[in-house]
Design a protein around this ligand. Structure first.
Ligand code: ZN
Ligand code: ZN
Length: 411
């Protein structure tokens, strides 16, 4: 027998209702903020990700699902931002609509060693607003992310924000780090010793305890920001406070990807353990230009759907379904029953019946297992009088209803 490959998951019927609820709630909220859905292919040229995420990132070096095809190398998308900017440019969205607000829902792929909270195929719900560098857009994006969590009924999350500054500021910060780190270098983890050479900023958000201790002693506190970036960051913080959004400034928050600049944020939940991010995002003002487009500001975020479903939420509570279950006794009742079933479904009432020729007792059990609210029993006696017995499964009450009135009665 075949088995699913490690790090992938079958989302079974008992779980799909909470997936549908989270997706529907997200779509509803995105509409209130005027974000429109975009669906890009899950497969892209691998070089799109090498170029945008940064060739020294963990994703590009170790986690890409690559497909070699004669001269080309394709990759299953490890995240959506690069694909969406590629699509934005390829379809000339900057010419037709200029400023664009998009959202997406779909699977992402990373070739990781499977562990708790990390899958090789996982799912993101995210948004990208492309075409503006205004701080008011940063505020909208972060408030949108929080609004989604509120609608999922998730509490107990923490919002951390930071500003990486512009390209120059990032370089200044890297230089400052390179200067202050050498005497501490040997105490950093093996990964960070490499990062010190290739991408020193990433030492800041290393999860290793020893590395974190060393980073804390560096006293970073936005000192590297130029006046413009400092002003932008100040505006974002004030705007969030005005909306009553609680956040923490975390100077160690850098996010793993090269394309981020200025505002970055992360939303964590303590119930998630060591991989504690529910979602994250930030500005990527250089990405559009880096992919051959004009100089345009942009910002986005993504939530991991699996993680949203791992923390306490209310996504399951609204899914109480109403099902009518029909039990027929005898051949004549069966063919009449098929017509009744058809009539109910046409009237948009969820209805089902027994397909295994079960006894009355067995069929009642099946109705119960299916979570039926009403059971209809149709036998020879009922058929003669053109009625059905309707049993309310909650109260146990049973009564006869004329077939012609059935739809109305059930509604
Ligand atoms: Zn700056
Ligand atoms: Zn480290």
């Amino acid at each position: 027998m075949f088995k699913r490959i490690p790090g992938t998951k079958d989302i079974l019927p008992e779980e799909t209702s909470s997936w549908q609820t989270v997706e529907a709630a997200a779509r509803r909220i995105f509409a209130f903020y005027n974000y429109q859905e975009i669906r890009t292919p899950i497969i892209e040229e691998a070089s799109l990700f090498n170029r945008t995420l940064g060739s020294t990132t963990e994703i590009v070096q170790k986690q890409m699902f690559l497909i070699h095809n004669q001269q080309d190398t394709y990759a299953l998308r490890p995240e959506a931002t690069a694909s969406i900017v590629r699509s934005y440019l390829e379809n000339n969205l900057e010419k037709t609509s200029g400023f664009t607000k998009l959202y997406y829902i779909g699977p992402m792929f990373r070739l990781e060693r499977p562990q708790k909270g990390r899958l090789r195929q996982f799912h993101h719900i995210g948004a990208e607003a492309i075409g503006s560098g205004q701080a008011s857009l940063d505020i909208e994006i972060i408030s949108l992310a929080e609004q989604l969590l509120k609608n999922f009924g998730i509490t107990g999350y923490k919002i951390k924000i930071n500003s990486l500054g512009c390209l120059k500021d990032k370089q200044a910060l890297s230089a400052a780090l390179k200067k202050s780190l050498p005497e501490k270098l040997t105490r950093l983890c093996a990964d960070c010793q490499l990062r010190a050479k290739h991408n020193v900023l990433r030492i800041l958000d290393c999860k290793n305890q020893d590395c974190q201790k060393i980073v804390k002693t560096l006293n970073l506190e936005s000192a590297h920001l130029c006046p413009d970036c400092l002003g932008h960051f100040q505006e974002v913080k004030c705007g969030l406070s005005d909306l009553g959004i609680l956040f923490q400034v975390d100077p160690q928050l850098v996010r793993g990807l090269d394309y981020y600049n200025r505002t970055v944020f992360e939303i964590t939940h303590s119930d998630l353990g060591s991989q504690n991010a529910l979602g994250a995002g930030g500005r990527y003002n250089n990405l559009v230009r880096d992919l051959g487009g004009p100089e345009l500001g942009a910002i986005g975020f993504a939530f991991g759907v699996e993680r949203l479903l791992l923390v306490p939420n209310t996504l399951n509570q609204n899914s109480a379904k109403k099902l009518v279950y029909l039990i027929t006794l005898g051949e004549a009742a069966k063919s009449a029953g098929i017509k009744i079933l058809n009539q109910l479904r046409s009237a948009e009432i969820s209805a089902d019946m027994d397909y295994l020729n079960k006894s009355l007792k067995g069929a009642m059990r099946a109705a119960n297992d299916a979570g039926a609210t009403f059971v209809l029993i149709l036998g020879d006696d009922e058929l003669k009088m053109n009625t059905v017995s309707v049993k309310d499964m909650a109260s146990g009450a049973q009564r006869q209803v004329a077939i012609q009135n059935l739809t109305e009665e059930l509604k």
